[in-house]
Design a protein around this ligand. Structure first.
Ligand SMILES: [Ca+2]
Length: 320
């Protein structure tokens, strides 16, 4: 029997934009979300795991298992990002109740391998945090790559980084894991900062979310500070502000409606050792290197902003 929904596992570090990404994926109705794999990222696992459970309860999908993820990078100490996503990971306007649902005992990497085999080559992974869980999975199960259909990530930057001048946070947090994932031989898609910086959510988009039902209103509260900017802005700065970005939501957009996004097919390599460039992602194009060029990644280049925000608002509204 032909499947009508794409089987997918979401690996993430919720995280306010992770939460919006998850809502879009669920609300799209296009996916059979087999499990959620939290990982230590912007906040530590002690936040990202309960946040994943809270999201399931908010969205009425407590049947989706939440697995046990990695507490730190594969070979490095953990690199969280402080309070970039607020003290809880969901910003300062969202306070979801403590979850009743519990995480599974099974580890994320064992679950990914088990499901990849069960779905015999059809499983896709959407990874929007540091790639530690997947790096461990490929290391523990060397044949995993032949059982996966595709990995779509939010991470990396060909131009400027956001954690260092060179590196985007998700890759910088665990560059060794990122390198393992990009070299695993699975078809990849990468929504990096180069495209995510174009996907601005503005005040009109925020107003549309505010006018929605229960889940849309939570989404509005998640994105509010990104759109309005910090309290330190002057009235004039606030008036002129175009809005804010929501990186992980771009990866959901690519999964749900890829024609909103233009990509280029390149080979991506990850710098794991540079003194200034650790965690940098490099795009190799034909003739940029003397060695053989092996394109493996559809990297986001440009996005139709209006269609993207419309998709975000409509898919989330389906959960209200
Ligand atoms: Ca994330």
């Amino acid at each position: 029997m032909e499947r009508t929904k794409t089987p997918v596992i979401i690996d993430f570090d919720p995280g306010l934009d992770d939460a919006v990404c998850f809502m879009m994926m669920l609300g799209s109705g296009k996916f059979d979300i087999l499990g959620l794999c939290p990982v230590s990222g912007n906040k530590g696992l002690e936040f990202t795991e309960p946040n994943a459970l809270k999201l399931c309860e908010l969205c009425g999908c407590t049947d989706i298992p939440v697995l046990r993820g990695a507490k730190k990078g594969m070979f490095k100490e953990r690199r969280t990002s402080g309070d970039v996503h607020g003290s809880s990971g969901f910003g300062r306007h969202v306070n979801l109740p403590e979850p009743v649902k519990k995480a599974e005992k099974e580890y994320a990497w064992d679950f990914v391998y088990r499901k990849a085999k069960e779905y015999s080559g059809e499983l896709e992974i959407l990874a929007i945090g540091p790639l530690t869980n997947l790096g461990i999975a490929f290391t523990k199960y060397p044949d995993l790559s032949k059982h996966l259909k595709r990995i779509v990530i939010m991470g990396g930057a060909f131009a400027r980084g956001n954690w260092t001048a060179a590196a985007e946070y998700n890759i910088y947090a665990d560059p060794d894991a990122a390198r393992i994932v990009f070299e695993a031989g699975v078809p990849m898609a990468m929504m990096g900062l180069d495209i995510c910086m174009q996907a601005v959510i503005n005040k009109d988009d925020l107003a549309r979310l505010d006018n929605g039902g229960k889940v849309s209103k939570v989404a509005a509260d998640l994105v509010r500070d990104r759109v309005n900017g910090p309290d330190t802005l002057t009235e004039e700065q606030r008036r002129q502000r175009k809005g804010g970005i929501l990186c992980d939501a771009v990866a959901a957009c690519y999964m749900i409606c890829p024609d909103i996004i233009e990509t280029e097919f390149v080979e991506v390599r990850v710098e794991t050792k540079g003194t200034l460039t650790e965690g940098k992602t490099y795009a190799l194009r034909p003739f940029t290197e003397t060695e053989t060029y092996h394109p493996n990644t559809y990297a986001g280049v440009s996005i139709d902003r209006a269609r993207f925000t419309d998709l975000m608002i409509k898919t989330i509204a389906n959960l209200d």
